[in-house]
Write a protein that binds this ligand. Structure first.
Ligand code: HEC
Ligand code: HEC
Length: 85
């Protein structure tokens, strides 16, 4: 039983490492969050409250009615996981 548990931990570790490299390789291609009046305040918010709390505000403007994302855009669940400041 203990061997089985260790195997799963090993699989989980590999998934984390692979996911980490995918995230890094995507980072360079992805547009940065602009450094303008609109977006600057979010950078401070990330430092204080974290990415997850900040991302909720992105959709106030970046939504299908106001500023639709391009059709080629990947699923936009965690904006700041891909878009850096
Ligand atoms: C008050 C409205 C508003 C909010 C809130 C907002 N944005 Fe934006 N964003 C804009 C507008 C307008 C543009 C396009 C004009 C520009 O480039 O400044 C833009 C542009 C962008 C771009 C660059 C697009 C390009 O082609 O370079 C990214 C990336 C982006 N926003 C990400 C975010 C993220 C991530 C958040 C949440 C932290 C966010 N925005 C919150 C209004 C907003
Ligand atoms: C899985 C990674 C990923 C996530 C998550 C993500 N984006 Fe993007 N985003 C990209 C990529 C890649 C591009 C295209 C860059 C290019 O074409 O140069 C892009 C482009 C954009 C653009 C430029 C206009 C367009 O549609 O191409 C805006 C604005 C933007 N994203 C906002 C957001 C917002 C807001 C969120 C969260 C609701 C978000 N993104 C989540 C990867 C991501």
């Amino acid at each position: 039983m203990s061997i089985k548990k260790r195997d799963w931990l090993f699989v989980a570790l590999i998934i984390i490492v692979v996911g980490f490299f995918i995230a890094i390789s995507g980072e360079e291609k992805t547009t940065k969050v602009p450094h303008d009046e609109t977006h600057r305040k979010f950078q401070a918010m990330v430092e204080q409250e974290g990415k997850k709390a900040t991302e909720k505000f992105c959709k106030e403007c970046h939504n299908p009615d106001q500023l639709p994302l391009s059709a080629a855009h990947p699923p936009p669940f965690r904006c700041l996981f891909c878009h850096k400041f």
